[in-house]
Design a protein around this ligand. Structure first.
Ligand code: PNS
Length: 162
């Protein structure tokens, strides 16, 4: 059983996240989409709302025989990965600018849990500029984000930003 976790804040889930998830699906039997409980960061969506939105969208994604699970966690990602019996942490890379931060996290996570590897997947180039932060900012200022986030997420953002 090859199990990975795909950790993040997912505030909110973007099509870039879904792109990484579908690219990682053929590599694993099970992927736990792991939503960080981070109330101190003042997220737009509660962790429950984020998990619920991801579950809704995942039911429409072709999982290619990989089982997707959504769970929230707090504390260390490496510790959560070990507790869940994962052998890998999946992260997406969009551009060179992601590399330094991701490298530091991967090396720290490896120090914490040497048996767990971080696997980097390259996001599709159409998502190279898509981040949750940018999506929230553009949406709040009335810009179009259609095609960059799932429709259900956009609907829920509309309710939040009223
Ligand atoms: O995609 P994001 O939102 O930037 O995800 C960042 C995340 C959640 C992967 C990172 O902040 C994290 O792992 N936080 C949990 C605390 C932790 O383990 N910190 C040390 C990482 S080396």
């Amino acid at each position: 059983m090859r199990r990975a976790i795909f950790p993040g804040s997912f505030d909110p889930l973007t099509n870039g996240h879904l792109d990484i998830l579908s690219r990682s699906a053929p590599l694993f039997d099970e992927i736990v989409v792991s939503v960080l409980h981070n109330p101190e960061k003042n997220p737009m969506f509660t962790v429950e709302e984020r998990c619920h939105m991801i579950e809704e969208v995942l039911s429409t994604v072709n999982s290619q025989n990989c089982r997707f699970i959504v769970e929230s966690f707090s504390g260390l990602t490496a510790e959560f990965a070990r507790e869940r019996g994962a052998t890998a942490i999946v992260r997406g890379l969009r551009a060179v600018s992601d590399y330094e931060y991701e490298l530091r996290m991967a090396l720290m996570n490896r120090r914490l849990e040497p048996a767990i590897e971080t696997i980097f997947l390259m996001a599709g180039e159409e998502f190279s500029y898509v981040s949750s932060t940018l999506m929230k900012q553009v949406f709040e200022l009335g810009g179009r984000v259609a095609g960059l986030i799932p429709e259900t997420v956009e609907t829920r953002m509309r309710v939040k930003v009223k």
